[in-house]
Design a protein around this ligand. Structure first.
Ligand code: 5AD
Ligand code: SF4
Length: 481
């Protein structure tokens, strides 16, 4: 691949939002297929991509075999995620070889950002590489490929929030939707590749967040999840980099909007809408956010609060900004103030220099909190992160054994938390038909527990009171009353 053919566009200088003249290409007859991996933010971004391309008349398809453009929105968080995506790229290649030679393949998101033009050189089947802040440039990049060139734009931005874009809801249930409120992350946890792939943290204009919620309500949606890598650090003071906030006038500071205020605004403006948010960082979640959760019934009583480790030594090496005691104080505070609040977590096991004692500290912290559910991972070293300078010294078998112990414990706690709910009645927002039987519906409670119950005369999108009479560690089962 001739590097001169790689056209890198600076999105900040490009004609943002301007409709390109693709009149000589019948875009309306071109179908786009998009596949997303990784976090909720990626799924949300794919909806932004679909919207940008819809403006250019492209349509979407769920069937890869009829696609003219195939995009894969990628995740770099662990090595395994990247391997999965490489396999998908090989699969696309086989489709291309089998006949669909004109199919354009694009890699979007974190892996695009991490590997940049390497992806074009290594994986000959990739035509377009686009980082998370460059999606507005996609019509232009497609045009370059149409003209016989490969195209890449991996410029990260300090301003881009796609605030004005009304996402096309892809494959959704018409009931729940994601609304992104921040992009990027400034926290610099040492294990994490996100600050490098998604860039500096920036907050989206609250007006555009409210407008998006308004549209969702009028389209019949019943629940939104406000999304950000670290929602509690949301801060809007009329635009500009967050680092400059300290220099702002007192008046600007007074008029600024933090996450608690934003949450209050959304909950207050749409009392019929259920509101969730993710992810909360233990070092940033504030008293005001907890107070706002108490104030509004329509804010769901669930907090995803990744702990990562129960050992203060490991937390320090991870640069998490809190220790075991502070995390546990926070848990006590939440439990004292929000009745039955459900708490979930992420844990990484086998981080550099983690001893058996550190591992036991994680298990004992889990015993204290008894999380409702969690996502648990083996540490995966990511190139160029600060932790990559430490030795990844925990052997694979030990990582695996510790992970199994953590998962076993969580399964027990999840079952216990579900058993506590037997005999109680909960309001369930119905999201769909049960995968196992068309006669059953499923939905979630305010605590984010999944509930399955007989359909009877209920419909997707209804709020239904369900009495719980059975459970597994993953699901509650009941009957509407
Ligand atoms: N290895 C393993 N897990 C990781 N996570 C982030 N980076 C890594 C890594 N290098 C996990 C964290 C985070 C979640 C989204 O992914 O637990 O909270
Ligand atoms: Fe990564 Fe930490 Fe930011 Fe989460 S808060 S995205 S783990 S750097």
């Amino acid at each position: 691949m001739n590097l001169e053919q790689l056209i890198v566009k600076d999105i900040e200088e490009s004609k943002q939002g301007e409709s390109l003249n693709l009149a000589n290409k019948p875009n309306a007859s071109r179908k786009m297929y998009i596949e997303s991996y990784g976090c909720q933010m990626n799924f949300s971004d794919s909806e932004i991509v679909a919207s940008i391309l819809k403006e250019e008349s492209f349509t979407t398809t769920q069937n890869i075999s009829e696609a003219d453009l195939v995009f894969v929105n990628t995740c770099s968080i662990r090595e395994k995620a990247e391997q999965t995506i490489r396999k998908r790229l090989e699969f696309y290649n086989s489709i291309k070889k089998k006949g669909n030679k004109g199919m354009i393949v694009g890699v979007l998101g974190c892996m695009a950002e991490r590997l940049k033009d390497k992806l074009l050189e290594e994986e000959k089947l990739v035509d377009i590489v686009v980082g998370p802040d460059a999606y507005r440039d996609l019509p232009n990049l497609i045009k370059q490929v149409d003209d016989g060139r490969k195209a890449v734009n991996v410029i990260l931005s300090r301003e881009e929030t796609y605030a004005d874009i009304n996402p096309v809801r892809l494959g959704g249930n018409g009931v729940t939707a994601f609304v992104s409120i921040t992009r990027g992350c400034d926290n610099m946890c040492t294990f994490c590749v996100v600050p490098f792939t998604r860039g500096r943290e920036r907050s989206r204009d609250p007006k555009s967040i409210i407008t998006e919620c308004k549209q969702l309500v009028s389209d019949g949606y019943k629940e939104v999840t406000l999304l950000g890598q670290n929602v509690d650090s949301y801060l809007w003071y009329g635009g500009g980099a967050k680092k400059d906030f300290g220099k702002s006038s007192e008046k600007t500071k007074k008029e600024s909007i933090n996450f608690a205020i934003l949450l209050d605004k959304v909950a207050n403006t749409y009392p019929e809408l259920r509101i969730r948010f993710s992810t909360s960082n233990p070092q940033d979640i504030s008293k005001e956010v907890i107070e706002t959760m108490i104030k509004y019934d329509n804010i769901c009583k669930h907090i995803h609060l990744p702990v990562q480790s129960g050992s203060s030594k490991i937390l320090q090496l991870m640069n998490r900004g809190y220790n075991r005691e502070r995390y546990l104080d926070l848990i006590d505070n939440i439990k004292e103030n929000i009745k039955d609040c459900s708490i979930s977590m992420d844990i990484i096991t086998g981080f550099c220099s983690e001893t058996e004692e550190d591992h036991q500290n994680t298990l004992s912290l889990m015993d204290y909190v008894k999380y409702e559910f969690g996502y648990m991972f083996k540490y995966s070293e990511r190139p160029n992160t600060p932790a990559a300078r430490l030795e990844d010294d925990i052997p694979e078998e030990i990582k695996q054994r510790r992970l199994s112990e953590i998962i076993d414990k969580q399964m027990k706690h999840s079952l216990l938390r579900n058993q506590e709910k037997l005999g109680n009645t909960y309001e369930v927002l119905v999201e769909g038909t049960s995968k196992k039987s068309d006669d059953f519906l499923y939905g979630r409670t305010t605590y984010n527990s999944v509930v399955v119950f007989p359909k009877e005369n209920h419909n997707i999108g209804d709020f239904v009171m369900v009495k719980i009479n059975e459970c597994t560690s993953a699901t509650l089962k009941g009957k509407s009353i």
